[in-house]
Design a protein. Structure first.
Lengths: 249, 482
């Protein structure tokens, strides 16, 4: 589904990714772990099409398309979803209006009939109920006055409604209390199936107790230095990233 | 077919019988302003002597005044001797014969705004039969109003038919001496609307200039007077979301509102005069004085405005809160793009006891535009327990525009409570990327963010106006990003 080959990227003159390669297949959940500054968020944002990074080398293929040729909107409509680390506030813009616009942008692109307000509300209310999210979410401004935990739950709500093919969750677990973490995990577990894929970008192993990954990768200095299964995350929990990095030298 | 056409024609003829259109043929006066010009204007309108005297007094006063220069706007000086102060409506021969002859760009805009076909023709100034629909609607409308005792007519008609009301109220809120442009308007005003709501009457419908078909070509020096007698209620809609055709560059309108005891006036404006090209050439200078007088106890005046047009907007719809417990409100969205300049805001003058005012101003700047909020809250010494809340927000799109806030607060009574909140924000790259990541085009994202920003004001507009205003904002900001 997603194939990244030898990706190099920088911001200004600082190199952040230095030859990263990664292949993700349908039905898989990948966890990307690593210390701060290792390039995890950069990878997530480049896949989504953030042009504040310069991609200097390498390729990204998605559904057999050259992803780099698509705009961020097109990537989204093609089924790439980024759950942001710090979801931004858009004051005054109603959350449900925003979601409906997003949903219809995708439907229009795919040539499906646009959803009307009534049908949308029905769908949104059902989703909210299933995810155990407060119904007031729909009537509030996009992330306006939301706590950190509420913002992350809002990302999960959007992901569920938009039904992407690949969901990249950038530190979606950070700053969450245990209840919020469970809501997020429940959302992801319900979302995952044989036809889609999830990339969990995380600093801690904690999230992986609730969402079982198929593969775990350790990122350091813009490269994947080790890949393994779930047990790798547990190992990291004990040894820490520093030890991991040292052992590779 | 031809029978049909005759029927239409006869209907159009019939509107003249109702006195709905000022029936003046042909000619304009040559450019220039002097006493003879004013006498000529007054004579052509068959005005009574008191009206002419008032015009002449205003003119003499105007001669002593200088054009104000304190506003945060910049334009080349106007030569008042170059303007023609009386131009009769164009005869059909000069107008486009059909929409096919109208500038396609204008039609494209109408399309984006969703203006119905027959309306497009009227707005673009197309001659005759296309206005059929509006005429018939207007006739039914007039009947309903007269049944309720409401007077709603062209200003010039009120001068001859209701001189006692004109004498009593004209200039009582905005004296001709008020400022340079009010003196000019008082001397040469062309036409406008007159509204009188009798005691205890709730006007059965929203009054709109839309139905006053002859509003065309009166834009230059428009004069509006609305009187809500005791316990009455009226909602008045001015303007139109569609860009109006107008050859006059200078607009200096005066609007006066009088609310007597327990009366309420809600005045909504959507202003979309031609803003000029991308360099600001050819746009309208909109120098307007609007003021409402809450003359009686428990009265209320509410101004809501959406200002997107004009090259320069200079406008401060104000409230004089004279009656005890009276309420003044001002809700404003002002959008400037390209080279547009706006200096707009309000004045709330608290005179009575327990008077309250609310100001919500949303300024949006894009391109190289300059947008200023200028507001005065004054609490007079005798006004006990006055309250004001001001919320003044600016939104910037791009890095070359400007937003300015000039609040003036004068509290002369220690019991006054005045709150002022102001914010300035920018549509951030993060917000745009967030929207794009959800599949939303940048332009749609900007529209959604801007509409969200203006929500508090839009919800004060009458429903159908609010929908139009949103569409208008989107068109006004087209190409503002990227």
């Amino acid at each position: 589904m997603l194939e990244i080959k030898n990706l190099h990227a920088k911001v200004g003159t600082t190199n952040i990714l230095n030859g990263l390669s990664l292949t993700i297949k349908k039905g898989e959940v990948h966890a990307i772990m690593g210390p701060n500054g290792s390039g995890k968020s950069t990878l997530a944002r480049i896949i989504a099409g953030d042009d504040s990074y310069d991609v200097t080398d390498g390729e990204i293929h998605y559904k057999n398309k050259n992803l780099m040729e698509l705009s961020p909107e097109e990537r989204s409509r093609e089924g790439i979803f980024l759950g942001f680390q710090y979801p931004v506030e858009i004051p005054g813009l109603n959350n449900s209006q925003f979601l409906k616009a997003a949903l219809n942008a995708k439907r229009k692109y795919l040539g499906i009939e646009e959803i009307d307000a009534f049908e949308f509300l029905k769908m949104a209310r059902e989703t909210i109920k299933r995810l155990e999210i407060d119904p007031s979410f729909l009537n509030r401004g996009v992330n306006e006055g939301f706590s950190g935990g509420e913002r992350k739950r809002n990302e999960i709500l959007q992901m569920t409604m938009l039904e992407p093919n690949i969901a990249i969750l950038d530190e979606t677990d950070s700053g969450l209390d245990i209840d919020a973490l469970k809501v997020v995990a429940k959302g992801v577990n319900e979302f995952r199936n044989q036809d889609n894929a999830v990339i969990l970008v995380t600093h801690y192993q904690r999230l992986l107790e609730y969402i079982k990954p198929d593969k775990v990768h350790v990122l350091s200095e813009g490269r994947i230095i080790r890949s393994g299964d779930e047990s790798l995350a547990k190992e990291l929990e004990k040894t820490g990233y520093i030890a991991e990095k040292e052992s590779k030298k | 077919m031809s029978a049909n056409k005759e029927e239409i024609n006869s209907l159009i003829e019939s509107r003249y019988k109702h006195g709905f259109v000022t029936d003046i043929e042909s000619d304009s006066l040559p450019p220039g302003l002097n006493e003879d010009v004013i006498r000529a204007i007054s004579a052509r309108k068959n005005e009574p002597k008191f009206m002419l005297d008032w015009r002449l007094k205003s003119y003499k006063h105007w001669l002593k005044l200088n054009e104000p220069n304190w506003a945060h706007v910049d334009y080349t000086p106007i030569n008042y001797q170059d303007i023609s102060y009386f131009s009769a409506p164009k005869s059909d021969a000069d107008r486009p014969k059909s929409l096919a002859e109208v500038d396609p760009k204008l039609l494209e805009t109408y399309d984006k705004l969703g203006i119905p076909l027959h309306e497009r023709a009227r707005l673009a100034g197309v001659a005759v039969d296309a206005v059929f629909d509006s005429v018939s609607i207007a006739t039914t409308f007039k009947k309903k109003l007269s049944d309720a005792g409401v007077i709603f007519c062209p200003f010039s008609e009120a001068v001859t038919k209701h001189p006692e009301l004109i004498k009593k109220y004209l200039g009582s809120v905005v004296p001709y001496r008020d400022n340079f442009f009010t003196a000019l308007n008082s001397a040469v005003f062309s036409d406008g609307s007159f509204v009188y709501i009798p005691k205890g009457v709730r006007c059965p419908m929203e009054l709109s200039t839309y139905f006053r078909i002859n509003a065309a070509n009166t834009g230059q020096f428009e004069r509006t007077l609305i009187i809500a007698d005791e316990g009455s209620h009226v909602s008045y809609l001015e303007g139109c979301t569609a860009p109006m055709r107008d050859e006059n560059q200078l607009h200096a309108a005066v609007v006066e509102l009088v609310a007597l005891k327990d009366a309420e006036i809600k005045y909504s404006t959507v202003q979309n005069w031609y803003p000029g090209d991308e360099e600001g050439k050819g746009g309208i200078y909109n120098f307007v004085t609007k003021r409402g007088d809450c003359r009686g106890a428990n009265s209320k005046i509410s101004w809501t405005q959406v200002e997107t047009g004009s090259a320069i907007t200079w406008k401060y719809p104000s409230c004089i809160l004279r009656g005890d417990n009276s309420i003044g409100e001002f809700y404003s969205v002002a959008v400037t793009n390209n080279r547009q300049q706006a200096d707009t805001g309000t004045k709330m003058i608290h005179i009575g006891n327990n008077t309250k005012s609310t100001i919500v101003s949303k300024g949006i700047s894009a391109g190289r535009a300059q947008n200023a909020y200028r507001g005065l809250v004054r609490v007079m010494p005798q006004a006990n327990n006055a309250r004001n809340h001001t919320q003044c927000d600016s939104l910037l799109i791009g890095g070359d525009c400007g937003a300015h806030t000039f609040p003036y607060i004068e509290a002369k009574n220690p019991s006054a409570i005045i709150e002022h909140e102001a914010t300035t924000s920018k549509i951030s790259e993060d917000q745009l990327f967030y929207c794009k990541q959800r599949g939303i085009e940048e332009e749609d994202a900007v529209n959604m963010i801007v509409n969200g920003f203006c929500k508090d004001v839009f919800k004060k507009l009458p429903m159908e106006f609010a929908v139009e205003a949103q569409a208008l904002l989107n068109v006004s900001l087209e190409g503002a990003v990227g």
